[in-house]
Write a protein that binds this ligand. Sequence first.
Ligand code: SAM
Length: 175
Amino acid sequence: MYRMIKHLERLVEEDKIEENDPIIDLGTGNGVMLRELEDFGFTNLTGIDYSPSSIKLAAQICPNLVDHLFQADILKSDERFTAKYKIAMDKGTFDAISLTPSDKETAIANYSENVAQMLEKKGDYLFITSCNWTTDELKKHFSKQFELVTELKVPKFKFGGKEGSSTVSVLFSKL
Ligand SMILES: C[S@@+](CC[C@H](N)C(=O)[O-])C[C@H]1O[C@@H](n2cnc3c(N)ncnc32)[C@H](O)[C@@H]1O
């Protein structure tokens, strides 16, 4: 998480984003990402989660953001998913969604379409951390709506003669 937020800071320094750009945290859980974004100086934050208990918990962790937390299912169409965000953050939520055993393909397609719809314009960002997918796999999943900007370097490990990463953090931009 720290790595993702440090990268956002770099984008601020490079004048690619501003600290008051609207950011949505997808599947915010206990809101800890929002809390850290706040601590780093980002000021226009929203969190969504389909779990009411997550929203309650996030409201406790982020008391300044109670009016910016709402319950919503990213996979369903929702009139609140208006095109107003500059950055969508995802840490572990796409992983949870894409492991849905029932209809994985539809879940992935709906996620990608709905997230693209939340972003205001071409070039806006989806920043995702996954421990289930490689960058190439994420690229394929999102290829209709997003293109790769950069993959953050993460520590690699070696096991059984093969090299891998335990997680990937990847920045995409809206096509
Ligand atoms: C692995 S947790 C990650 C939580 C948080 N992002 C973090 O890093 O601590 C996944 C979160 O996504 C939420 N979630 C899963 N599927 C969702 C969906 N379809 N719509 C909204 N939230 C969802 C879960 O309720 C859970 O809080």
